[in-house]
Design a protein around this ligand. Structure first.
Ligand SMILES: [Zn+2]
Length: 278
C-alpha cells in the first residue's frame, strides 16, 4: 500500500495499525512516523493500566483485549470516550457460566450501583479538559469519628458515637423511622442491597462518607433539614446525596471529573426516582 501524508494522518487517527510503505521521497516522513509510533507505545504505560482497570470494573463482562484495543484507538479523553463506547453495550462479552443455585446479584453491564460500589481505587488522574470546580464543605473523611453499631432500622444498620451520653433522644426519635423509610425507598430506586446503605448520627455537618463498600448517611442532617418538610423534597435531596457519595467512588475531590460522574449518576437513576415518587 502506498500512502501520502493525508492517508498517514488518517491512519494515525483511526487505526487499526497497518503496515505502512512510504514512497522514496518521503523518507523523512517515515522516520517521523516510526518515532511517533514508538513514542506512543512508551507513553505512560501505568496510566494506561489505570484506565484499563477502571473500565474493567465498570464493564466486567467485556473481553480484556477489546478494552485495550479501544483504549489504543481512542483519542484525547480516552476514559470518557471508551466508557461511552462501551456503554452502548455491543462489545464482545466474556462467557461466564451462571450457577443457577447462586446467580449474580445484578447484571454486570453498564454503570450500575453494584458496579460502582465495588470500585476500590478512585482518583484516576485528570482526564477532563474543563475544570469546573464543584464545592461541598460538608463532606470529610470520618477518621475522627468513633461510631458503633446500635441497631437495625428495618434492615439498615444504624451507628451512633461510642461516647454518646443521652442516646435515647436519638435512637427513640420519631424522625428516625421516617429517615430509614426514606433510605429504604432510595434503596429501591438504586436497586442495591440494603447492606450497602448505613445510617449514622453525628452532631456535625458531615453528611456522608464511604467506608469500604458501604455508604453512610447522617441522621442529624435529616433532622436539621427535613424532619418537618414534605417527603418528596427530602427524597430528592437524599437522592442527590447518594449520587454524591457514589460519585466519590470515582474521584476523591469535587473537581470537574467528580462533576462528570455525579451528573451521570443523577441522570441514570432519575427515571427510577420519578417513578417512585408518583
Ligand atoms: Zn463530596
Amino acid at each position: 500500500m502506498i500512502l501520502n501524508a493525508k492517508d498517514l494522518k488518517y491512519l494515525e487517527n483511526k487505526g487499526p495499525k497497518q503496515e505502512v510503505i512510504f514512497e522514496e521521497e518521503d523518507i523523512s516522513k517515515q522516520e517521523n512516523y516510526l518515532k511517533q509510533e514508538n513514542d506512543s507505545k512508551q507513553e505512560n504505560p501505568k496510566s494506561e493500566d489505570l484506565l484499563f482497570n477502571s473500565l474493567k470494573k465498570m464493564f466486567a463482562d467485556c473481553e480484556d483485549d477489546y478494552i485495550r484495543q479501544c483504549l489504543e484507538q481512542a483519542e484525547d479523553d480516552k476514559l470518557i470516550n471508551v466508557e461511552n463506547q462501551l456503554m452502548e453495550g455491543n462489545y464482545p462479552k466474556i462467557k461466564i457460566p451462571v450457577d443457577p443455585e447462586n446467580p449474580p446479584v445484578t447484571v454486570k453491564t453498564g454503570k450500575t450501583f453494584m458496579n460502582v460500589i465495588q470500585i476500590t481505587r478512585y482518583n484516576l488522574g485528570s482526564y477532563l479538559s474543563s475544570n469546573q470546580i464543584v464545592y461541598c464543605k460538608n463532606i470529610e473523611g470520618h477518621s475522627d469519628l468513633s461510631l458503633q453499631f446500635e441497631k437495625f432500622l428495618d434492615g439498615i444498620e444504624f451507628y451512633i458515637p461510642k461516647e454518646m451520653k443521652d442516646k435515647s433522644a436519638i435512637t427513640s426519635n420519631q424522625s428516625l423511622n421516617r429517615f430509614s423509610n426514606l433510605l429504604k425507598d432510595l434503596i429501591e430506586v438504586f436497586e442495591c442491597p440494603p447492606k450497602f446503605i448505613h445510617a449514622f448520627y453525628d452532631n456535625s455537618n458531615l453528611i456522608t462518607f464511604n467506608e469500604g463498600s458501604a455508604l453512610f448517611f447522617n441522621f442529624k442532617i435529616y433532622i436539621d433539614l427535613y424532619k418537618a418538610d414534605p417527603k418528596f423534597d427530602a427524597m430528592t435531596y437524599w437522592y442527590t446525596v447518594i449520587c454524591h457519595a457514589l460519585a466519590h467512588k470515582f474521584v476523591e475531590g469535587h473537581n470537574s471529573e467528580y462533576q462528570y460522574h455525579f451528573s451521570s449518576l443523577v441522570t441514570k437513576y432519575m427515571k427510577s426516582l420519578v417513578k417512585k415518587m408518583i
